[in-house]
Design a binder for this molecule. Sequence first.
Ligand code: PLP
Length: 293
Amino acid sequence: MSRIAYVNGQYVSHRDATVHVEDRGYQFADGVYEVFAVMGGKLIGEQGHLERLAHSLSELRIEWPMSRPALMVAVKEIVRRNHVRDGLVYLQVTRGVSPRDHPFPQHSDSALVITARKSGPLDKDTLRNGVDIITIPDIRWQRCDIKSVALLANVLGKQEAREANAFEAWQVDEDGYITEGTSTNAWIVTASGELVTRNVSTSILNGVTRLAVLEAAVEVGVDIIERPFTTLEALAAREAFITSSTSHVKAVTRINGQSIGNGYVGDLTNRGLDAYVEYVETNGGPQTTDKWN
Ligand code: PLP
């Protein structure tokens, strides 16, 4: 079955889905995006993604391409037309098409592209297997709270991870604190047993999955401390994991080649994964969606 994409008002075959060469997303990375997980036919974190998109658009002064309800109709239609039961929806909004010039164009309509991709159903065993990560300097700009399509530093970081046979790279700020992964948020259980993830600021993207895990933890009575943590703390951690709409809650068992804890998925990571899945199945996603920087 051929895939269908939504491009500026039309549903087209994925093969024929194209944008203009002077789209500002293409020339200046002047655009933002969202990635929604689809689990068991349901969109996860709909409200959170919309609120974060609103934040990204307003910080960059890009107009909404259409109303929020109309946007969600298009997102759901793409899920339906592509028969996605489990997978991802990618949505991108750019400042639109205009002759190349740095300042905002006086007249341009925001451009909207939506695509969807199938994956297998969430597989807890695979998520518990654990992955390797490396640490790298964080060379990104100072507005990581905006989900911008300008992802070159993230691309370079992920490639560095792949070349080191690792799944993800945790980026480290100038003070030695981990900000986040290149496409995931970072979590550890410290040597003294605290479950820690970095607090929200302009240094990280506040993940919709991160928010759901925070809320799920409250429900199961697990305390989480939101604060920066260093690479040294991470290396000495009992457990570590990453979260994102694509990776859900995925165990980290080695950092820079060093085993974390006993080298196997830890108890709080296990419980975090279970609590997250149950929480999103019950609630559809995080309920608190207004903390974007
Ligand atoms: N941090 C970065 C840099 C990301 O790119 C992503 C997701 O793409 C995340 C965190 C996790 O966000 P979410 O849980 O909303 O997928």
